[in-house]
Design a protein around this ligand. Sequence first.
Ligand SMILES: Nc1nc2c(ncn2[C@@H]2O[C@H](COP(=O)(O)OP(=O)(O)OP(=O)(O)O)[C@@H](O)[C@H]2O)c(=O)[nH]1
Ligand SMILES: [Mg+2]
Length: 238
Amino acid sequence: MKLSIIIPVFNEKKTIKEILKQVIAIKIPQVVKEIVVVDDKSTDGTREILEKIKKEQTQLRVICHSQNQGKGAAVRTGMKQAKGDYILIQDADLEYNPQDIPRLLKPILEGKAKVVYGTRLQRWPNLKRDEKRLQFLLHYFGNRFLSLITSLFYGQWLTDMETCYKLFPKKAIQGMQLKARSFEFEPEITSKLLKKGYRIKEIPIVTTPRGYEEGKKLQTLKDGSIALWTLIKYRFFP
Ligand SMILES: Nc1nc2c(ncn2[C@@H]2O[C@H](COP(=O)(O)OP(=O)(O)OP(=O)(O)O)[C@@H](O)[C@H]2O)c(=O)[nH]1
Ligand SMILES: [Mg+2]
């Protein structure tokens, strides 16, 4: 099986080198990996770092947007270029741990699932950093709420619709008119996969959430409202 790992990147100079190192290091029996990095016009030096790594790691594919367009647009660019049978999205920060990738693939390799999401929410939120309590709680309950709406609208119980770890066959998105430019990519693809009749298998994962001072870009209220609207919209429109 060939797996395309798509990494959307925007201004992640602190983490890009390390995340690529971790993703490159993952070895999965029976699976050939392809890594597609999409740089969304980073201005903090990330692009220069990518140029350098590309020379050393020739298996990396790096695609550069000439304008910043958002995470959804970057993922869509990556998916168009992907040559794998399966696609996995990997954020460029260090919140998600690439060591979980083989666990996500397991049900697929065993023929037990076609679409797998890594869920962060089958547990209480990570509240280690006290000063960020409210921010994380808002994020946590916002996501729980959006996942509940997804379950009600699309008829499948989900605990973490917003997770970045989404793994699906490339053929699942063929013919899908994905439009999201920003973070509404998550509700859009989830809605459309469920509408197409795919069942989503959730596998628990543990993440290390980051705060805004560490480069987080998602804005809980703004992007949460857009996500809610996206879920409503695609329930009734194609
Ligand atoms: N291409 C592109 N990627 C972006 C943009 N904004 C954020 N990203 C990437 O999207 C990923 C997630 O962004 P974050 O700001 O960490 O979002 P988050 O708050 O972790 O979102 P959750 O995972 O739902 O908690 C990272 O890899 C970012 O580099 C953008 O404008 N363009
Ligand atoms: Mg993040």
